[in-house]
Ligand binder design. Structure first.
Ligand SMILES: Cc1cc2nc3c(=O)[nH]c(=O)nc-3n(C[C@H](O)[C@H](O)[C@H](O)COP(=O)(O)OP(=O)(O)OC[C@H]3O[C@@H](n4cnc5c(N)ncnc54)[C@H](O)[C@@H]3O)c2cc1C
Length: 671
């Protein structure tokens, strides 16, 4: 490993998911010529590797008789609470432009004979604003955007893993971004990059949890921005839900060349996968012995079990409000069997549950199956009528639902929180850093399904506009930038040498231990003592790690490949992120149970007699919906601090055309 020469681009886009690719394409369209994409690889990340039975894109309503407006869409975004109204209006206002950009690039969103983009209702959606091009909507988006980026001749540097963001002091009390350091695994070195602007499109924090439905190649890199003090919002608001986790590493699978070869097939078992009413079975840890239809231990009538399973289809994320009697009891039972009893849980589509009868279902479920022509004999026969692609999708990944049951677990899927941006998707406190896509925490406690993809496209457009109009030239102090990049590169080399010189150091074990701790303490079930303890351990670990950075002596790094170095640095940023998330979780207890998180409280309501008595629900304190939780690393004491901040009012905008036109001509709108 060596330090490679510094490269320089006006604007770097870090990450090549749907958000990063859109940002690069939009920057070019706005006239920013010197743009480059750096990425671990175009086959990596969530957008190209994840989806669901019908992956949703959420946008302004464009069909039927339901009137819609950006304002109404923004109010839907704000319904769950703790989302910034200014950003919500921006995301709503930009939705049509972002959607038709994709349509024009050839993303096959369906329309009718008259060109109406007919939609359907998704979760937390009062209108039919959702659309989809099938299980792989985000992959289709990436395919079209990548085609465009290549046609535009935008350079894409793969095999680059960013391991540090670099800043220098621009004034006495503020730092500005001036570049980053990446591990370049092609040239086996640490490579500094100097830039005027960084579009940070590194996706969600997929590497934080052990139980995860993020694709195996998606670790995220939010820790890099948190480390330089970028403010974050709503970190505790993650989504958890049931997902398949079958190990397919030894199976023969022909994969789409645009995506990664997964070791386990992680996929949300939402929609059709639940609505066809599979048999829920748990076994001992060998996956065979003592197979039991365990839901009967938690819910006493088979009709009630299957009605709740049916509801899980469109109530996919774990929702603290759907307890103790609603569909989230299914998630809790799966979690109890796996995490507490150490058993394994499977969905079996080959036979109906014992004594199954359509007559015992709630009318809503029975009617749905009847209308779909799916009152058929086995769970597997039903999707053949309702959604044949759902079975084919598993077959394409080497899993034959007719021959084997599907292993599932309750997994982390999405973080509604992330870095706090302005209405131009610029970090609110680090100028020239533009977090877009899932790493931008623009959503609040809940979000309509599909709004993550809209947010990434709107963010990309907005960041490109702001860069073109405000940061189109060079403003950085080159000497200061070069000095800062050199210092960071040398420190990282020293870190690597000191860490790998330790006897018994194993980054794999370290990572597994962080992830296990997060799933135990910071999953959907949160106990104050456990979060506090995890926070204390993590903060101590990070401080110990940080001391390895602080020497300026150059020590040669030998006997370690750059691919391994990238993994070691990844642990560094995951540790920073873990501390920030735990700090935020600690501060969020007063808000009580909300979204996908259940806060436990000895005074709270019990969930079920089968669960430990300590599993009692602390109710939500709705006062916190009017506030947003901001987390930042304090420079003074090198500790994360999380504080609630009141939300601004919903913006009253000037709707007088001549005034807006003047401000647009003058460029005042880009402030
Ligand atoms: C199973 C599942 C189902 C989903 N379903 C929906 C849905 O129906 N609707 C919806 O709106 N959303 C859905 N989501 C969420 C949505 O898919 C993601 O939020 C979105 O795709 C994220 O896009 P992105 O561009 O921000 O990040 P990603 O697509 O994750 O891309 C991140 C990129 O950054 C790169 N990168 C990361 N770290 C580094 C680094 N240090 N150096 C260099 N490169 C780096 C990665 O390799 C990758 O190229 C789903 C997510 C999952 C997991």
């Amino acid at each position: 490993m060596k330090i490679l020469p510094t490269k320089k681009f006006h604007t770097i886009v870090l990450g090549s998911g749907a958000a990063g690719l859109a940002a690069a394409v939009r920057l070019r369209a706005e006239g920013v010529e010197d743009v480059a994409i750096l990425t671990e690889g175009v086959r990596f990340g969530t957008s190209v590797n994840a989806g669901s039975d019908k992956q949703t894109y959420y946008k302004l309503g464009l069909c039927g008789r339901e009137a819609d407006s950006p304002r109404d869409l923004a109010l839907t975004y704000l319904k769950g609470g703790s989302a910034d109204p200014l950003v919500a209006l921006t995301e709503a206002a930009g939705s049509t432009r972002a959607f038709f950009h994709l349509v024009n690039l050839g993303v096959p969103f369906p329309h009718n004979r008259f060109g109406e983009y007919v939609g359907y209702k998704t979760d937390h959606d009062p209108l039919r604003r959702a659309t989809s091009c099938g299980p792989y909507t985000s992959r289709e988006m990436c395919r079209a955007l990548l085609r465009r980026a290549k046609t535009d001749g935008i350079p894409i540097f793969e095999n680059r893993s960013a391991v540090k963001l670099t800043t220098y002091a621009a004034t006495d009390d503020s730092r500005r971004l001036c570049g980053l350091i990446a591990v370049n695994t092609t040239e086996d070195g640490l490579e500094p990059y100097c830039c005027e602007n960084l579009v940070f499109a590194v996706g969600g924090p997929g590497g934080l949890y052990e139980a995860s439905v993020f694709p195996a190649s998606q670790y995220g890199a939010i820790g890099l921005a948190l480390e330089i003090g970028a403010a974050a919002a709503s970190l505790p608001e993650s989504q958890f839900g049931l997902a398949s986790v079958t190990d397919i590493s030894a199976r023969k699978v022909e994969i789409d060349p645009i995506c990664d070869r997964p070791s386990s097939f992680r996929w949300n078992v939402s929609g059709t996968y639940m609505q066809v009413l599979p048999r829920f079975v748990s076994t001992e840890s060998d996956g065979k012995s003592d197979a039991r239809e365990f839901l009967r231990d938690y819910i006493n009538s088979l009709g009630a079990i299957n009605s709740l399973v049916f509801l899980k289809g469109y109530q996919w994320p774990f929702d603290s409000r759907k307890l103790p009697r609603g569909s989230s009891l299914i998630d809790m039972a799966v979690f109890y069997e796996t995490a507490v009893l150490g058993r394994r849980v499977f969905l079996d589509y080959r036979t109906d549950p014992a004594d199954f009868s359509f007559g015992e279902l709630e009318p809503e479920a029975r009617e749905y199956l009847r209308k779909s022509g799916a009152l058929l004999k086995t769970p597997l026969a039903r999707p053949a009528k309702m959604n044949p692609g759902a079975v084919a999708l598993y077959r394409d990944h080497g899993i034959d639902l007719a021959a084997e049951p599907l292993e599932i677990a309750l997994c982390a899927q999405h973080n509604n929180g992330g870095l706090k941006g302005t209405v131009w998707y610029e970090s609110e406190n680090i100028p020239h850093l533009f977090p877009v896509g899932e790493v931008n925490g623009s959503h609040g406690v809940t979000r309509p399904g599909g709004s993550a993809l809209n947010a990434g496209q709107v963010g990309a457009q907005r960041a490109a506009q702001r860069i073109a109009r405000r940061y189109g030239g060079w403003s950085l102090d080159e000497t200061a930038a070069e000095k800062a990049l050199k210092e960071d590169a040398v420190q990282l080399m020293g870190y690597l040498a000191r860490l790998t010189g330790r006897i018994g150091y194993d980054w794999r074990q370290e990572r597994a231990s962080f992830q296990r701790q997060m799933t135990r303490s910071a999953g959907h079930l949160r106990r104050k003592e456990s979060v506090e303890e995890a926070f204390r351990i993590t903060a101590e670990r990070r401080r110990a790690e940080r001391s390895l950075l602080s020497s300026d002596a150059e020590i040669p790094v030998v006997g370690i490949s750059s691919a391994e170095a990238a993994e070691i640095f990844r642990n560094r940023q995951l540790l920073v992120a873990q501390e920030a998330y735990l700090s935020a979780l600690n501060a969020a207890f007063d808000a009580g149970s909300r979204g996908s998180a259940l806060v436990l409280d000895p005074q709270g309501e019990t969930i079920h007699s089968k669960f430990p008595d300590s599993w009692r629900i602390k109710p939500e304190n709705p006062m916190y919906r009017e506030q947003i939780l901001i987390t930042r690393l304090s420079e003074e004491n090198d500790a994360f601090q999380s504080r609630w901040r009141p939300l601004p009012d919903f913006p009253e905008t000037d709707e007088w055309f001549e005034n807006v036109w003047r401000d647009f001509r003058d460029g005042a709108v880009f402030d």
